[in-house]
Ligand binder design. Structure first.
Ligand code: NZQ
Ligand code: ZN
Length: 388
C-alpha cells in the first residue's frame, strides 16, 4: 500500500566511462566562481584533478580550492569551508571524491550563508538552512554512500563525541553528478568492501520496515540481488568493469530516495554505526558490518515475515517446509556468509570499540522508531557488547 509521498530528485546524473565529457556542459549552467573541494590527494595521484582543472579553465571559471577533506569530515573543517565559500561568494561547489567530500560540499553549501555556528544549527539541532543554498555538483570516485544523488550530509564532532547526519531538502541535492565506475578501480580494497556493505545496508534500512505489499520492497530486492552477485566478482577481480559498474549503479539507487517511497524506514543500524564512528573515527561501512547482524538478530522476531521474505528473495534460501522463523534465521546466516565472502570487518574491537568506550557509544546513539522494534538503551548496549 502506498500512501502520500512526494518524489523529487533534481540531480542529472551522467554515468559511464565517458561521463566526464559532460562536465563542460554542466559547468556552463553556473556562474563564474567555483569552489573545488576534494580529499587527501587520491585525485591528484589518479590524474583526475588535472582533468577537472583543465575543464574549469576551459569554462573560464575562477577557482578557489578547499582540499584535505578527511574521511568522516569534521565540524572544524566544515567551518573552514563555509568561510571560504562565503568570502568568495561562490556560484557552485564542485566536489571530487567519495561520500566524505560530497557530504562536505553539501554541508558547506548550507552553512556558508546560514548565520551562527553551522554544526550547532544544522547538525546538532537539525535546523533547516536560513541563508542561500549554494548549488553543488559532484564527480564521484568511490561508490557506497549514495551521496552523489541525495541530500544527506554527515559531519563528525570529535570534541562532542558525536557523528550526525542531516538529510536536507531536495534543494540541497547535487544539481549534477558524474559517475564513471572506472574511477573506482583505484579505491583501496578495504574501502571498496566497506562501500559495498554500506550500500547493502542502506537498502536493508529501508526494506526492513512495514508489513504491507509495497513496490519499493521489490525494487530493493532486485538491488540487493545485483549487489550480492556483483560484489562476489569484484572482490576477486576489482577491475571487472561489469561488476564495478553494477555496484556503482546499485550504490546510487540504494540511497537516492526512490526505495524509501511509501516506507517508514528504519536506519537504526546506521545510528549504531555512526555512534561507533563518533568514538573511533572508523570507516563508515565497517562500523555497520559489525553491528548489523547483532541488531537484525535482535529485531527479527518482531518482523519475522519480512526476514523470511529476505531469505528467499535475496539469498535464494529454499523454503522446503521451513517455518518463517527458520527461514528468517537461514537468511541472516546467508547474509553472514556473504559478508565473509566479501571480507568486511565483523568485530568492532578491530575498529577501536572497547568495553571502556561502549558507554560513550551508547550516549552517542540516536534511537529511532521506524523499524520493527524500538531499541531500549539496554539493548543498544547489548548490541555493542555482541559486536566486539
Ligand atoms: O581522500 P582521498 O585521498 O580522496 O581518499 C579517499 C579516502 O581515503 C579514498 N578514495 C576515494 N576514491 C578513491 C580513493 N582512493 C583511491 N582512488 C579513488 N578513486 O577512499 C577513502 C574513503 O573515502 P570517503 O569519501 O571517506 O568514503 P565514503 O564514500 O565511504 O564516505 C564516507 C562518509 O560518508 C558518510 C559516512 O558517514 C562518512 O562520513 N555517509 C554519507 C551518506 C549520505 N550522504 O547519504 C550516507 C552514508 O550512510 C554515510 O553515513
Ligand atoms: Zn551508510
Amino acid at each position: 500500500m502506498l500512501g502520500d509521498f512526494t518524489y523529487e530528485n533534481p540531480c542529472r546524473l551522467h554515468f559511464g566511462p565517458n561521463a566526464l565529457d559532460e562536465l563542460s556542459g554542466e559547468l556552463a549552467k553556473f556562474g563564474p566562481k567555483v569552489l573545488l573541494t576534494y580529499g587527501g590527494g587520491s585525485i591528484k595521484r589518479s590524474g583526475l584533478y588535472q582533468k577537472v582543472i583543465a575543464a574549469l579553465e576551459a569554462a573560464g571559471k575562477t577557482v578557489v580550492e578547499v582540499p584535505g577533506v578527511m574521511s568522516n569530515p569534521t565540524a572544524d573543517k566544515l567551518r573552514e569551508g563555509a568561510k571560504v565559500a562565503r568570502e568568495n561568494d561562490v556560484d557552485l561547489i564542485l566536489a571530487v571524491g567519495g561520500g566524505s567530500t560530497i557530504d562536505y560540499a553539501k554541508g558547506v553549501s548550507v552553512s556558508a550563508w546560514t548565520e551562527g555556528d553551522p554544526w550547532e544549527h544544522l547538525y546538532l539541532n537539525m535546523e533547516q538552512p536560513t541563508g542561500k543554498i549554494i548549488p553543488v555538483g559532484d564527480i564521484l570516485t568511490m561508490s557506497g554512500t549514495g551521496s552523489e544523488m541525495n541530500a544527506g550530509s554527515v559531519i563528525t564532532n570529535h570534541e562532542e563525541g558525536l557523528k550526525i547526519g542531516h538529510v536536507f531538502g531536495s534543494d540541497v541535492m547535487p544539481r549534477f553528478a558524474i559517475v564513471n565506475p572506472e574511477l573506482t578501480f583505484t579505491v583501496p580494497d578495504y574501502q571498496m568492501r566497506a562501500g559495498i556493505f554500506d550500500a547493502f545496508n542502506h537498502i536493508q534500512e529501508q526494506y526492513f520496515s512495514g508489513t504491507d505489499d509495497n513496490t519499493s520492497d521489490y525494487i530493493a530486492e532486485g538491488l540487493m540481488r545485483s549487489l550480492v552477485h556483483a560484489s562476489r566478482i569484484a572482490v576477486k577481480d576489482p577491475t571487472n568493469y561489469e561488476a564495478r559498474s553494477n555496484i556503482s549503479w546499485v550504490c546510487t539507487w540504494a540511497l537516492n530516495t526512490l526505495i524509501a517511497c511509501g516506507k517508514s524506514t528504519d536506519w537504526e543500524v546506521h545510528m549504531l554505526g555512526q555512534a561507533i564512528g563518533a568514538v573511533t573515527d572508523a570507516t563508515h561501512g565497517m562500523t555497520l558490518s559489525t553491528v548489523a547482524l547483532p541488531y537484525y538478530r535482535l529485531v527479527m522476531p518482531y518482523g519475522v515475515k519480512k526476514f523470511a521474505r529476505f531469505a528467499t528473495s535475496v539469498f535464494d534460501v529454499p523454503a522446503d517446509g521451513k517455518t518463517d522463523e527458520q527461514l528468517a534465521e537461514a537468511g541472516l546466516a546467508a547474509m553472514s556468509d556473504w559478508m565473509d565472502q566479501i571480507g568486511v570487518v565483523r568485530h568492532a574491537s578491530e575498529l577501536g570499540l572497547t568495553k571502556e568506550n561502549i558507554p560513550a557509544a551508547v550516549r552517542a546513539t540516536i534511537i529511532l522508531d521506524g523499524g520493527y522494534h524500538k531499541l531500549t538503551t539496554e539493548e543498544v548496549e547489548k548490541i555493542f557488547r555482541q559486536s566486539l
